[in-house]
Write a protein that binds this ligand. Structure first.
Ligand code: PGA
Length: 248
């Protein structure tokens, strides 16, 4: 089963619209690829200018979050209908920063994932353990719980197109990338969990990314692991280095 590698950048809360344009112009020639999916998940205010610049390139634009209602009195939120109408094809759901700082639960993430699929947006569903959980030896149990809840009510046809990002919290923004063995172990367990919920063909189709201090040095080994289909990249996606990660 050959799965297309995904190189997804998560810009987080960085880049004004003018800076976003500048960064896009710098990165477009560096991230050209025929065989990988290149996705930039940008702040909401940068979505339109980035979509404009991404036209005619291989770059897809994603959002970093969305709400699970189509419209209404939800001040400050952005809906899947708006994202889809703008031309957004991907959305990060349940990033550990959303879970940690904004109280998102596994149940919220499930509602958002269902909504994203309903509107034809591919969710990039994040999971990951804290250092404390890793030290307690409950990493796999924790991740399985996150995945099982996130996928409740999602059909096998939808699940096949999903992207899952395994991002150990202790590796995010710390410069401490998980070892390839640690990353492969959990990404393999995620695929097994999908096989349990659905079946083997679904597990073979879903793409599982690793995220957490991915850089041009660590990317090649990580992406070569049997159950790792690319990366969700934060800090390094704001630099020319992202071009080398795409080539990895
Ligand atoms: P990082 O962030 O690459 O800066 O560690 C990854 C992420 O949070 O998606």
């Amino acid at each position: 089963m050959s799965r297309r590698i995904v190189a997804a950048g998560n810009w987080k809360m960085n880049m004004t619209p003018a800076q976003a344009r500048e960064l896009m112009e710098k990165l477009i020639p560096l991230v050209k690829s025929d065989d990988k999916d290149v996705i930039f998940c940008v702040p909401a205010i940068d979505i339109l200018p980035c979509l404009e610049l991404a036209k005619g390139t291989n770059i897809k634009i994603g959002a970093q979050n969305m709400y699970y209602e189509d419209k209404g009195a939800y001040t400050g939120e952005i809906s899947p209908v708006m994202l889809r109408a703008a031309g957004v094809e991907y959305v990060i759901i349940g990033h550990s920063e959303r879970r940690g700082y904004f109280g998102e639960t596994n149940e919220d993430i499930n509602k958002k994932a269902l909504k994203a699929f309903e509107h034809g947006i591919t969710p990039i569903i994040c999971c990951g353990e804290s250092l404390e959980q890793r030290n307690q030896g409950i990493t796999i149990d924790w991740i399985r719980q996150q995945i099982k809840t996130a996928f409740m009510g999602i059909t096998d046809e939808q699940a096949k197109t999903a992207i899952i990002a395994y991002e150990p919290i202790w590796a995010i923004g710390t410069g401490q990338t998980a070892t390839t063995e640690q990353a492969q172990e959990v990404c393999g367990a995620i695929r097994d969990c999908i096989a349990e919920i659905y079946d083997i063909p679904t597990a073979e189709a879903v793409r599982v990314l690793y995220g957490g201090s991915v850089n041009a040095k660590t990317a090649p080994d990580l992406f070569a692991q049997p159950d790792i289909d690319g990366g969700l990249v934060g800090g390094a996606s704001l630099k020319e280095e992202f071009g080398d990660i795409v080539k990895a």
